[in-house]
Design a protein around this ligand. Structure first.
Ligand code: PMV
Length: 296
């Protein structure tokens, strides 16, 4: 019989939503890509109460650990390159990395279906009624088309990712995904037409990716999606200003990405350099984000 493992390790990438955030919570299609910034988790068997060593601060973290770990006998070390509340899928990556680390500790590999099912319980601690998009793309890598119907049935399929990096511009402010989703829910049914129109933009983004579209074709779709996100009340003057900055610097299109109320903007650019330079001149943190490859 093999000896009990004393350590386990798991990692997972964050994500950016190309189209469909919020609408995806209400049964419409969305498109997301995994990004090459990761959360890593190490678990170690120890004596006594559970210990947490983390380079991120989040009041909900211990409640999230409670979902799958005992309160005794384990040390949890977390290292992440994903800022919390910035629309980059930090909680989805945490959920997947944690499930993978526990699977490694107990010596039983976890497949995508189990990871996605169990990830919901962890994601619910962070934001109430998740669509499951974030932790799905985090677990799969690459680019993903995702839809979760009203009955909870999930449809997903890999897409060809953009072959060019997205430019990310960080507002520096955190948004609260749970509060933003609750706000959108409270504005229904008046905004149902806009949510449906967001789903139609997602469908157009899917077709564009399948056709191997470049930034010039995808940009206008990002612009349409941003206008609809403004209509459903999740943008902010700061996010709108970043979208304008990117477009004026030559981006083919830009939108907020994630729940909004703070977080990041993504831009589709044939040449990221002028957009990165304009962001630097305005004191905005920005970078070109390569897509993380699909998991083996
Ligand atoms: O801002 P994030 O990374 O938590 O993304 C939220 C995406 C939403 O569509 C707003 C919520 C969801 O569960 O899909």
């Amino acid at each position: 019989m093999s000896a009990l493992r004393t350590e386990g390790y798991g990692q997972a990438p964050g994500k950016l939503i190309l189209a469909g955030e919020h609408a995806v919570v209400f049964g419409h299609e969305a498109v997301a890509v995994a990004v090459d910034r990761r959360t890593e988790i190490w678990l170690r068997r120890v004596e006594g109460p559970r210990r947490l060593v983390a380079d991120l601060r989040d009041a909900r973290l211990n409640d999230a650990l409670d979902v799958i770990l005992p309160k005794e006998g384990v040390e949890v070390s977390i290292r992440t390159a994903l800022p919390v509340g910035r629309g980059m899928g930090s909680s989805g990556a945490l959920a997947v990395a944690l499930l993978r680390a526990r699977a490694d500790l107990v010596g039983a590999p976890i497949d995508f279906a189990a990871c996605h099912r169990d990830g919901f319980a962890i994601e619910r601690v962070f934001h109430g009624t998740p669509s499951g998009l974030d932790h799905a793309v985090s677990a799969r890598g690459g680019a993903l088309r995702y839809r979760r119907g009203p009955d909870g049935a999930v449809e997903l399929s890999p897409l060809p990712p953009p072959r060019w990096p997205l430019v990310v511009l960080d507002s520096g402010a955190a948004g609260d995904t749970g509060a933003m989703v609750a706000g959108v829910r409270s504005r229904r049914p008046a905004i149902d037409g806009a949510l449906e129109a967001i789903g139609a933009v997602s469908a157009a983004v899917i077709a564009a990716l399948q056709a191997g579209a470049g930034p010039e074709a995808l940009g206008p779709l990002l612009n349409q999606n941003h206008a609809l996100l403004q209509q459903i009340g999740v943008s902010t003057p700061e996010l709108d200003a970043l979208v304008t900055l990117a477009r004026q610097a030559g981006a083919a299109g830009a939108k907020l990405a994630g729940a909004g109320g703070g977080g990041v903007v993504i831009a589709a650019c044939a040449d990221p350099a002028p957009v990165l330079a304009a962001a630097a001149a305005a004191g905005v943190s920005a970078w070109a984000a390569p897509v993380a490859p699909p998991c083996a």
